[in-house]
Ligand binder design. Structure first.
Ligand code: ADP
Length: 862
């Protein structure tokens, strides 16, 4: 088990288990309604249920990748990426696929347009995470460690970036406006999984030479990007805060303005009330005079005294306000309760908005008066809403903000300048409590104000800080490449050195081995791959006459003027292909003589099979060649003289016949003519002469036959030996009958032969078998059997047999073992047989014991 595998298991296992546990915890939190598990603290965003499920799955996938259960991590990776892709599609295409709350209703909402949907960043991170799992699950050979490392860096950037924004309180900056924000626990889970992915990818990529995976620069770039993004977010946020403060200040100003105006009127009401209480019930004209002064009638419709029965009695200014005279305020539920409150609290109270009898929208502020602890009605002011609110724009102030006034959260007044675009996303609110009424002022800045307030600084900063991140990554990459080159170079150098050492050692070893070869008489030569002699044994020194020191480094075949039976190129090709070559070479020695050697060439290789040298062993066969050639010459001469001899014998025997016939016939003529005139001794002499002449004739005939075997033979043709034997028996019929012989035969083969010579052969052997019989009548048996490449024939008899001392001799011409009187014959028969058999490429011999019959064997090639 290699170390990387163990480490991969630990990294994948720990990160995977952690992530899965975190995902599971959040899912449980949703199911068991435990908000602490879902969003950590109430101020953080909740982690979406789908995101938790995907995180759980991704954790299992990482675990599987660590243990190299490729199929599991492949499947899970695909599923996780799909979940991410579906949510991304929802954002990008602006559609709701109905998956956000499919598994769990989002009961922990954070103000968002998409309840239950996972954050956009989470969806992107899940795609990267799933893809990384899929890529890592592929077979080792087709894997590219760069890709999972890169995807891991993306996950890390998204996770750690979000964590950082939580840490420095920049939540809004981490996602686009109004989109759900990634939960703290989701960010933590992503960070953990990214550590797992990067760790696994690192292990996968670490086999490379530099010790760091080659996607390390990507990681550096990713880290740089995260840092840049975080700082950029901080700047953005600062700018946002500035805008927020500006808008807020505007809202506060307006609210203060509004409040100040109203409070001024309230002070007037208070003064009137106090005056009433100190001086007692005034005269109507005096009061009306007093009531004219304190109020700003541009937005105060009227000041009034309301009697204890809640009817309006005195009205200032009277003109245009006749409708208010004797108005029964008790009829309006809201106003009545306001008045009652004012009386009970002895403080001015503000009513809610109502429609004035003159048609405008407005409200009143009333103070109860108690001259001498007796309730004497109210001093009240009726306010006109619209003029009041528009007065908040200070004369001359050029504010172009949209203004909205809310009472108890209800919009009561709105002002927007026509033709101005407002940015409601930046609106700010300011609340005020005005004599029991809760008013809120909301302002929205015009777009161009926001533009004025925004600077390009964060963007410029982002670009400027990303640039060094990439430059740094590039620098790391370059450093890594040069380091890799260096390592490769060093490794190659080492390898080269080792190779040189190994080669030297191997050659030295070869040389030592070769020295042993000095003991042989063969010449043993070692030469390198360029043909230069590197070793030359003592045998070579003796054979060629050069000492080893003289020939080392010289090209061997040039030195020896080698004559090759094939071209040098062919020989080298054969050595390359087969590793060896054998053949005869002609060399020239130092003394200038030519010698023929039987040469063997063998390629010597090192342990890896790389050719090192060629070993050449030469055995001087000049003498043997000479002897062979002499022998050949003798054989040729012998054949020629034999042929001549045969020709001579033929001519001689042929030409001798004529004078012999004359000698014989004239001797016989002499005997017949002069029979009566010659005495008995003379007749006996004539008989001898005639007999001698006849015998000589027989001898010459046989001799002629003998010489014809070599010179007058026919072409070989398929010959049926069975038929041939039958002819021979027929020819010998008289001798067979006379001797009472029995000739038996086995089936005989068909062979390629000269049929008349086959007839002569078999006839001679059978005739001898019949002729040399003992006391028994002759029994002859002819057979043949196949052995290897020949037919083996046998002619067996039960005759007198042949002593082993003579068994060779009888095949020689004129050799007989018996006198003519005993057995007639010339002694040529077996010599003819031998010649015929040899002409057919066979052998003939006899197996016999004296007195025990003989078996003549001969072979004919099948
Ligand atoms: P020839 O028959 O004319 O004497 P051959 O050359 O045929 O001459 O035989 C040589 C000698 O070999 C014979 O004289 C005889 O002594 C011996 N020989 C040949 N065939 C037989 C045989 N079948 N049995 C005994 N001896 C034989």
């Amino acid at each position: 088990m290699d170390q990387a595998w163990v480490k991969a298991r630990v990294i994948g296992g720990v990160a995977g288990a952690l992530a899965a546990a975190m995902g599971l915890a959040v899912m449980l939190g949703w199911h068991l309604n435990l908000p602490a598990l879902v969003r950590v603290t109430p101020s953080f965003s909740p982690m979406a249920y789908n995101a938790a499920l995907a995180l759980f799955l991704a954790g299992i996938g990482l675990l599987a990748a660590g243990f190299r259960w490729s199929r599991v991590s492949l499947l899970i990776g695909g599923a996780v990426a799909l979940v991410g892709a579906l949510h991304l599609a929802e954002y990008v295409l602006g559609v709701d696929l109905g998956i956000d709350e499919l598994l769990m209703p989002a009961y922990l909402p954070k103000e968002t347009r998409f309840p239950g949907r996972m954050a956009l960043h989470m969806a992107i991170a899940l795609i990267a995470l799933g893809s990384a799992l899929v890529v890592m699950a592929r077979p080792v050979a087709s894997r590219r460690p760069l890709l999972p490392g890169l995807l891991g860096a993306v996950v890390a950037a998204l996770g750690l970036g979000t964590l950082t924004s939580y840490a420095i309180g920049l939540q809004t900056a981490s996602t686009w406006s109004n989109y759900p924000f990634m939960g703290f626990n989701a960010a933590l889970g992503l960070s953990v999984t990214s550590v797992g992915v990067i760790g696994l990818a690192w292990q996968q990529g670490k086999q490379e030479k530099t010790g760091t995976p080659h996607w390390f620069p990507v990681l550096v770039a990713a880290a740089g990007i995260v840092v840049s993004l975080v700082l950029w977010q901080a700047l953005e946020n600062q700018q946002h805060a500035h805008i927020d403060r500006t808008v807020q200040a505007e809202a506060d100003n307006l609210r203060q303005d509004l409040a100040a105006r109203i409070e001024q009127q309230v002070r007037g009401i208070e003064d009137l009330g106090r005056q009433w209480e100190s001086q007692g019930h005034p005269r109507q004209a005096d009061w009306e005079w007093d009531a004219l002064l304190p109020f700003d009638y541009s937005f105060v419709k009227l000041a009034a005294w309301v009697d204890p029965s809640l009817h309006v009695r005195w009205v200032v200014p009277g003109r245009g306000n006749a409708a208010y005279q004797d108005l029964d305020l008790g009829a309006n539920e809201g106003i009545r309760s306001t008045l009652e409150h004012a009386q009970a609290l002895r403080r001015p109270q503000t009513s809610s908005l109502f429609r004035l009898p003159t048609g405008e929208r407005g409200f009143l502020i009333a103070r109860a008066v108690f001259p001498g602890d007796r309730a004497d009605g109210f001093v009240a002011c009726f306010f006109l809403l619209n003029p009041l609110c528009s007065s908040a724009f200070r004369p001359g102030s050029q504010t172009r903000y949209a203004l909205t006034v809310l009472e108890d959260g209800q919009e009561t007044y709105g002002y927007r300048m026509r033709g101005v675009a407002y940015d409601d996303a930046w609106s700010a609110e300011s609340a005020a409590e005005l004599c029991g009424a809760r008013w809120t002022v909301r302002v929205s800045p015009p777009r161009d104000v926001i533009q004025e307030l925004s600077t390009k600084l964060p963007g410029v900063f982002l670009v400027l800080s990303l640039l060094p991140a990439f430059l740094l990554a590039l620098a790391v990459h370059l450093a890594q490449t040069s380091q890799l080159r260096g390592t490769q170079l060093a490794a190659a150098n080492l390898e080269l050195k080792a190779e040189v050492v190994e080669r030297q050692r191997a050659q030295e070893e070869l040389r030592k081995q070769a020295e042993l070869l000095d003991l042989t008489h063969d010449s043993i030569i070692l030469r390198d791959l360029h043909g230069r002699t590197t070793f030359w044994n003592r045998g070579a020194e003796e054979q060629y006459g050069w000492k080893q020191e003289e020939v080392l480094g010289q090209v061997t075949h040039t030195l020896l003027q080698t004559k090759f039976p094939i071209s040098l190129e062919e020989l080298q090709q054969k050595l390359r292909d087969e590793g060896r070559w054998e053949g005869e070479l002609t060399h020239r020695t130092r003394g200038g003589g030519e010698i023929v050697v039987a040469s063997r060439h063998v390629v010597q290789r090192d342990r890896d099979g790389t050719p090192l040298a060629i070993l050449e062993i030469n055995n001087d066969i000049t003498e043997r060649r000479r002897a062979e050639e002499d022998l050949k010459r003798h054989v040729e001469e012998l054949a020629r003289s034999n042929a001549e001899l045969e020709q001579f014998a033929y001519v001689a025997s042929h030409d001798l016949q004529e004078p012999l016939r004359m000698v014989a016939s004239y001797t016989q003529l002499l005997a017949r003519r002069y029979r009566d005139r010659l005495d008995s001794t003379a007749e006996e002499f004539i008989d001898y002469a005639v007999d001698g002449a006849r015998r000589m004739q027989n001898l010459i005939n046989d001799l002629l036959t003998y010489s014809r075997v070599g010179t007058r033979g026919k072409e070989f043709a398929p010959t049926d030996c069975g038929k041939v034997l039958e002819t021979a028996i027929a020819n010998l019929q008289t001798a067979i009958e006379e001797n009472g012989a029995a000739v038996a035969q086995d089936p005989l083969p068909i062979v390629m032969a000269d049929d008349s010579q086959m007839l002569q052969l078999l006839q001679n052997l059978v005739a001898n078998a019949v002729k040399f019989h003992g006391a028994e009548p002759p029994a002859v048996h002819v057979s043949a059997r196949r052995q290897a490449k020949d037919w083996l024939f046998a002619v067996r008899d039960n005759g007198i047999g042949i002593d082993s001392a003579h068994q060779q001799r009888i095949f020689t011409i004129f050799q007989r073992l018996h006198g003519k009187a005993e057995y007639p014959g010339t002694g040529i028969g077996l010599a003819i047989c031998k010649k015929i058999v040899e002409r057919h490429g066979g052998r003939i011999w006899v197996e016999s014991q004296a007195g025990n019959g003989s078996t003549f064997h001969f072979t004919i090639p099948a």
